[in-house]
Design a protein around this ligand. Structure first.
Ligand code: UGA
Length: 431
């Protein structure tokens, strides 16, 4: 059992803190937002992450929350850095929150090891090392321990990972970080700090590339009559390729892939390397949601004065996270073409900024699509399987359904009376 301070009570920090407590460690999570810390102290979980609430409640005696860095570090041997690293104006990751945590670590009485969980550019570990040394903390070890957890399955991913990656210059530090994960059945890959940092960025870039590749194939399928779902199923059966991240759709969103792919490109640019493959991935992904709007516009013969419903707003189902969600691009594009936009989502928070201040939110799907000329499935919420689509087609002005996630069956939807468009599959029309 170790005494651990976790800096950051966001998606990564809370999951890391709760899972480390579950593994038997004593954990203090520190955040700078009073509302967040107050909520956590009251037993409320400020983010939606399946299983997280139970984990926090079940480990309450080993889990504390504080605003005070000194309190978090009073007895801590290990500090996990789990703050966010949002994009800066140049596309490089903004590390200001990381540096402010490194500042907070000064003078921590029992600290032996700093563990970086935040996604940081390769080379950051070396810079943190220099900063620790300069602050008189030469005795404190440093490790990079990137996370590979996806929102919506983060607790499961943390406790059942494919691998635990530990990047450290010092064997004892690496062994300690590996020991912190005792109880998790997964291989530990010990590598250099730089390789661990790079591996995280490379993994996200390759996943983003796989998604983008299948989205490009989908566009060719649309033009040639092939069906991307059938194509992906065949391709994915090749054990060298695998079935995952071959789901064509509206492009990747979320807090990780868009930011990390741009940050990796920025790192390469800073070294004078162009990285054309990743550049193309970013470009193709940026087009994907716009292509959907163009296809709806072309089908309707224009968007001015047309009413369009967005079904699903979050960047993927099972989360309330709106960061880099394709829905924002689609809503903004529709509005700028003169369309009226309504929306339904079971979990997205109340949204008041642009473009959402011009979008009328409805509590159920039928209300959202009523009198609409088109409905666009933006997020593949399972609830959409239970919609009475026959009724939905009836209450719409023009029964046009654009399924941006290939969630539904084309023949079924044509049977309900829809003109049913999707990604990489032929448009199905009522006979
Ligand atoms: C992603 C990675 O999957 C995690 O391994 C990583 O740890 C995390 O980023 C991070 O860097 O912190 P996340 O962004 O939560 O996790 O979500 P994913 O489930 O990977 O989905 C990302 C985006 O890709 C979503 O917009 C999703 O709709 C899209 N996607 C995913 C597709 O369009 N097609 C697919 O086949 C898979």
């Amino acid at each position: 059992m170790h005494d651990i301070a976790v800096f950051g009570a966001g998606y990564i920090g809370l999951v890391t803190g709760a899972c480390l407590a579950q593994l038997g460690h004593r954990v203090t999570v520190r955040d700078i937002r009073p509302d967040r810390v107050d909520a956590l102290r009251r037993g409320e979980v400020p983010i939606h992450e399946p299983g997280l609430g139970d984990l926090i409640a079940g480990n309450a005696e080993r889990l504390r929350f504080t605003l005070d860095a000194e309190e978090a570090l009073r007895t801590a041997e290990v500090a996990f850095v789990c703050v966010d690293t949002p994009p800066s104006a140049s596309g490089d990751a903004d590390l200001s929150r990381v540096w402010s945590v490194v500042e907070d670590l000064r003078g921590a009485p029992r600290l032996t090891t700093v563990v970086m969980k935040s996604t940081v550019p390769v080379g950051t570990g070396d810079r943190v090392r220099v900063a620790l040394d300069a602050a008189g903390m030469g005795h404190v070890g440093y490790a990079s321990n990137p996370e590979f957890t996806a929102e919506g399955t983060a607790v499961r991913d943390f406790l059942n990972p494919d691998r635990i990656v530990v990047g450290a210059a010092d064997q004892e530090v690496a062994a300690l970080v590996a020991r912190l994960h005792r109880g998790i059945d997964a291989p530990v890959q010990e590598v250099s700090v730089a390789s661990a940092e790079m591996a995280k960025m490379a993994a996200n870039a390759l996943l983003a590339t796989k998604i983008t590749f299948i989205n490009e194939i989908a566009a060719v399928c649309e033009a040639t009559g092939a069906d991307v779902e059938e194509v992906a199923a065949v391709v994915g059966r090749d054990h060298r390729l695998g079935p995952h991240f071959l789901k064509a759709g509206l492009g990747y969103g979320g807090s990780c892939f868009p930011k990390d792919s741009r940050a990796l490109r920025a790192i390469a640019s800073n070294c004078g390397l162009p990285l054309p493959l990743l550049g193309a991935v970013i470009e193709v992904n940026d087009l994907q949601a716009r292509r959907a709007v163009a296809r709806v516009r072309s089908e309707l013969g224009g968007l001015r004065g047309r009413q369009v419903a967005l079904l699903g707003l979050t960047f993927k189902p099972g989360t309330d996270d709106m960061r880099q969600a394709p829905s924002a691009v689609i809503a903004a594009r529709l509005l700028s073409e003169g369309a009226v936009v309504t929306a339904w989502d079971p979990m997205a928070p109340e949204l008041t900024d642009t473009p959402w201040n011009q979008v009328e939110r409805k509590d159920d799907v039928l209300a959202a699509v009523a009198d609409c000329d088109a409905a666009v499935i933006v997020t593949e919420w399972p609830e959409l399987h239970d919609v009475d689509w026959g009724k939905a087609a009836e209450v719409m002005s023009t029964p046009l359904l654009f399924d941006g996630r290939n969630l539904l069956d084309p023949a079924d939807q044509a049977g309900h009376g829809f003109t049913y468009m999707s990604v990489g599959r032929a448009t199905a029309r009522q006979c």
